[in-house]
Design a binder for this molecule. Structure first.
Ligand code: NAD
Length: 258
């Protein structure tokens, strides 16, 4: 049995991950954790009492699955590496400090980091890269994403991953090509630009469209997530995969063998 630790157990994704663990043979919920000031501490989920110490929770785990908050991520990664517990990190909008902590911990333990755990989105990234390459410079590249109104980071990590895939396909340097907002007298569109637009509202789980806008024709490729369960199932699959890997930092495309 692979023993999984779930911080953020009271959150939208944390609850879904706990359900996905219960539905997956070979994995078991070892511990659930929340912020010390969360009303969920002390509640019971799947026979496990939600605690307030991530470090204590790690003692009984083989792997942890993190859908919490950007500011919590670096501490979680370092604590897990210290205890040789593998990681699955789904939290998005990570600051540079958290990304550096992941790279550092990857020398000691295996970690999967993914802005999106769905099969569909990871497939879409491959298709988008291929399309950007095939369609060439005459086609302008834009990404539009829509998410529920509680989402904190923008644009979504998935939209950034799609834009990066476009840049790879077109052979563009992503940091110089990216255009995350347009406001005011922005002038005509530069060629070699990749625009990313974030729409927020309602309860949309996650929708991403890659636009390829050419002369007299355009191509749009869309992924729509109907439930967070798709990300939770993918994260549990990643957890079962990552415990068998040597130390390193892996992507969901590695897990899916894409
Ligand atoms: P949420 O606010 O509903 O849940 C986050 C939970 O984490 C909260 O219950 C909060 O109390 C808890 N938390 C915060 N800091 C903590 C800490 N230090 N220790 C323990 N618990 C802590 O948010 P959500 O919608 O579940 O999303 C969480 C993150 O996952 C976001 O960054 C979101 O963008 C990301 N996300 C990623 C994917 C993916 O496929 N990679 C999919 C959906 C959401």
């Amino acid at each position: 049995m692979i023993r999984v630790v779930v911080p953020g157990a009271g959150g939208r994704m944390g609850r879904m991950v706990i359900d996905a663990i219960a539905a997956t043979p070979g994995v078991v919920l070892a511990a659930a954790v929340e912020r010390a000031d969360s009303p969920d501490v002390g509640q019971t989920v799947d026979g496990v009492t939600i605690g307030a110490s991530f470090d204590d929770a790690l003692a009984g785990g083989d792997v942890y699955i993190d859908f919490t908050a950007p500011e919590a991520c670096a501490g979680h990664v370092a604590a897990a590496a210290q205890r040789k517990v593998a990681g699955v990190v789904g939290t998005t909008g990570l600051p540079a400090e958290a990304r550096a902590a992941i790279m550092h911990a990857g020398a000691t333990v295996p970690i999967v980091v993914a802005p999106n755990f769905s099969l569909g989105v990871n497939l879409l990234c491959g298709l988008v890269e291929q399309a950007a390459r095939a369609l060439g410079e005459e086609f302008d590249l834009e990404v539009v994403e829509i998410h529920h109104k509680a989402k904190r980071d923008a644009p979504s990590g998935t939209a950034i991953a799609i834009a990066e895939a476009m840049a790879r396909g077109r052979g563009l340097d992503f940091p110089s090509a990216r255009r995350f907002a347009r406001d005011g007298d922005v002038g005509p569109r530069r060629s070699g630009e990749i625009g990313v637009v974030a729409v927020r509202g309602g309860d949309v789980v996650g929708e991403h469209t890659a636009h390829f806008l050419g002369p007299n024709e355009r191509v749009e490729v869309t992924h729509r997530a109907a439930s967070r369960a798709v990300f939770a199932r993918g994260a549990v699959k990643a957890a079962a995969w990552v415990v068998k890997q040597p130390p390193g930092v892996y992507s969901m495309r590695d897990v899916l063998g894409l």
